[in-house]
Design a protein around this ligand. Structure first.
Ligand SMILES: C[S@@+](CC[C@H](N)C(=O)[O-])C[C@H]1O[C@@H](n2cnc3c(N)ncnc32)[C@H](O)[C@@H]1O
Length: 270
């Protein structure tokens, strides 16, 4: 993984939350909130919470006496999330690396993480942390994207941006968010971390944007793909976004656009 893959800072949090979240994260966040809440947990830890889409869906489902600790590696993402949440004494916002969390063993009923584990430099360490933090009978609920070919806008954008840098194409989307989809590998890594009961569900959904340009800006400017483009040549960010817009529009039309997205949702316990 490139170092820039985990940097969600600068203008990324705002573009991420206003464009990426409605495009691909919102639908899965509603499902994750339901999955987490179904066991009526009184203590929940969220890893890699980003701009807070799961927190906004989950907090209303938790009991008045619940404790909900929301963490992320990048303070700018967490600040953005907290600013959108509104006052809630049950929520503690904490900047923390999911691979080394500052909490006692067995402190939580549920640990959750939406589309975050792909960014962990050492997934085993992240899974071991989740297991250490769960009380007996607790659940680790998380999600990962399926391969990029099953997620059509990400694929269109990656191919289009490659035409701007043909000798060194930015591969962030394929490498990281869409680079960890092998169910057997996920099972194996969870088992090594001590989880015995592992359920994996593949969920297809539809991604919608008001226009091809909305989707292109979301991917090119609201994710670390932006870091990768700017590291090659910052003056090409607009051209890269234009090419991505044209690629999406040519396949999905000039007006509102829709495309398939697909992810694996995992519940691990034991
Ligand atoms: C694709 S975003 C997902 C954010 C959020 N869960 C959502 O569904 O919108 C990935 C997030 O992982 C965070 N992240 C990356 N590496 C991390 C780590 N080692 N520990 C905690 N968070 C991390 C990033 O800061 C970013 O907010």
């Amino acid at each position: 993984m490139a170092e820039s893959d985990t940097v969600f800072a600068g203008s990324i949090p705002r573009f991420y939350d206003t464009l990426m979240v409605p495009l691909i994260f919102q639908a899965y966040a509603s499902n994750m909130a339901e999955l987490v809440a179904e066991s009526s947990p009184v203590s929940v830890l969220e890893m890699a919470a980003g701009s807070g889409v799961v927190a906004r869906a989950l907090a209303p489902k938790l009991s008045v006496g619940a404790r909900y600790v929301v963490t992320d590696l990048n303070q700018p993402m967490l600040e953005y999330a907290a600013s959108r949440q509104g006052a809630d004494a049950r929520i503690e916002w904490r900047q923390a690396d999911a691979l080394d969390l500052p909490f006692e063993d067995a402190a939580f009923d549920v640990v959750c993480c939406q589309f975050g584990v792909m960014f962990f430099l050492n997934r085993f360490a992240g899974y071991a942390e989740a297991r250490r933090l769960l009380r007996a009978g607790g659940r680790f609920v998380f999600s990962v994207w399926d391969r990029i070919e099953e997620n059509v806008f990400a694929d269109d954008v990656t191919n289009a941006v490659a035409t701007v840098f043909p000798h060194d194409p930015p591969r962030f989307l394929a490498r990281t968010p869409h680079g960890y989809y092998d169910i057997d590998l996920i099972r194996e890594e969870l088992s090594r971390a001590g989880f015995a009961d592992i359920k994996i569900t593949t969920r297809e959904d539809v991604s919608r944007a008001p226009s091809a340009r909305h989707a292109a800006i979301a991917y090119c400017q609201g994710t670390p793909l932006r870091n990768e483009i700017e590291a090659r040549d910052a003056t090409q960010l607009q051209l890269a976004t234009d090419r991505a817009t044209a690629a999406i529009a040519s396949r999905r039309g000039e007006g509102p656009v829709a495309g398939k997205i697909q992810a694996h949702v995992i519940v691990a316990a034991g």
